[in-house]
Design a protein around this ligand. Structure first.
Ligand code: SF4
Length: 86
């Protein structure tokens, strides 16, 4: 998982156990937190092959994660998804 996943301050381990299987743990974490306007393509490519993509996305939505790529979606894409869900 990328570094910021580790410091979100969540105590409940079961909620985070999926992160042990995250594919981005084996890749460049910086790709998941691109500079403003930077490319998200590399990160999204990794997410496509990640077996915990669904859990990751749900986690990010539930915790209102603002930065980075989670579950293959950028911050903006997650916001859109949320709006549709409400
Ligand atoms: S879906 Fe993407 S961001 Fe989430 S754990 Fe998998 S590789 Fe990482």
């Amino acid at each position: 998982m990328h570094e910021l996943h580790l410091i979100t301050g969540v105590e409940d381990e079961s909620e985070l156990s999926w992160q042990e299987r995250s594919l981005c743990a084996q890749t460049d974490p910086e790709a998941f937190f691109p500079e403003k306007g930077g490319s998200t393509r590399e990160a999204k490519k990794v997410c496509v092959g990640c077996e915990v993509r669904q859990q990751c996305l749900e986690y990010a939505l539930a915790h209102d994660e603002r930065f980075g790529i989670w579950g293959g979606l950028s911050e903006r894409e997650r916001r859109k998804l949320k709006k549709r869900a409400v």
